[in-house]
Ligand binder design. Structure first.
Ligand SMILES: C[S@@+](CC[C@H](N)C(=O)[O-])C[C@H]1O[C@@H](n2cnc3c(N)ncnc32)[C@H](O)[C@@H]1O
Length: 256
């Protein structure tokens, strides 16, 4: 799965670097508000991609490290940091499930629009816990399945579009997994993203065959299920967009 993510995002790094949805989408200000970064923070942004979250944190913290498995994405992050003169940011290769840092290195860990790619979310959560100091916080922004029942359909839909997609869990699963890792569920919001179908499929390099398969998969749901899944159709019944709920949550490491 890590190799699949690196291949997918190395191939489409230029589109991501230009994407306003990733650079400035509505989950980012909510993540910053819940993270409440301070000049005392040493921050880690996991699966940083082109550095959108790390570089939004940089002006507010002492220093920030961004890690990712896709080197082409990291190259964009380094270029942007240099252009913006954000000298307290560092970008390095690393896997979310085996963080290359000593225990208790960071006061703040973030990961935005990425954990649905991780093959073992439980391992990432345990690693985030390990590299945080007691009193530290983990702030996640990630797409969720609107209901537990829709997860299997949603995962197939997302994986058709991007083969590095792993799992889009409902809030209940996030609550259970973060508690198992030792975190306290401190605060959360669900931020809706309305994503035009043409933009969404072009962003990840879908072929006409994949676009047809996505439309056929959408047609496997009845009208009530399509509405619950957030699918938006025009009067002719063509899929034109979908609404993706984005969970933004702060998890606290309250014990050692
Ligand atoms: C949608 S992009 C990143 C978005 C970025 N965090 C932002 O705020 O714009 C998802 C990123 O997750 C990275 N990724 C996927 N699996 C990973 C893993 N196991 N470890 C580290 N990075 C991973 C991909 O390489 C990709 O750059």
């Amino acid at each position: 799965m890590t190799e699949r993510s690196a291949a997918q995002f190395n191939a489409h790094a230029d589109q991501y670097a230009r994407s306003e949805v990733h650079r400035a989408g509505p989950s980012l200000p909510v993540l910053l508000r819940l993270a409440a970064p301070t000049p005392a923070d040493h921050a880690l942004d996991v699966a940083t991609g082109t550095g959108n979250t790390a570089l939004a944190l940089a002006p507010h913290v002492d220093r920030v490290t961004g890690i990712d498995v896709a080197d082409a994405m990291l190259a964009h992050a380094r270029d942007r940091a240099a252009r913006e003169g954000q000298a307290n940011s560092v970008f390095t290769h690393g896997d979310a499930e085996a963080l290359p840092f000593a225990d208790g290195t960071f006061t703040l860990v973030t990961s935005r629009h990425a954990p649905h790619h991780f093959a073992h979310l439980d391992r990432f959560l345990r690693e985030a816990w390990r590299v945080l100091r007691p009193g530290g916080r983990l702030v996640i922004a990630d797409q969720i399945s609107p209901t537990p029942e829709l997860q299997a359909w949603t995962d197939t839909y997302q994986r058709l579009r991007d083969p590095s997609h792993h799992a889009q869990r409902p809030v209940q699963a996030w609550q259970a997994l973060s508690a198992q890792a030792g975190f306290t569920w401190a605060a959360y919001e669900v931020v809706p993203y309305d994503l035009p179908f043409d933009w969404w499929t072009q962003q990840s390099g879908c072929t006409p065959g994949t676009v047809a398969a996505l439309r056929a998969h959408a047609a496997t749901l009845d009208a009530a299920q399509q509405q619950a899944a957030g699918l938006i159709l025009n009067e002719a019944g063509d899929l034109i967009a979908h609404r993706e709920p984005m969970l933004v949550v702060r998890l606290d490491k309250t014990t050692a």
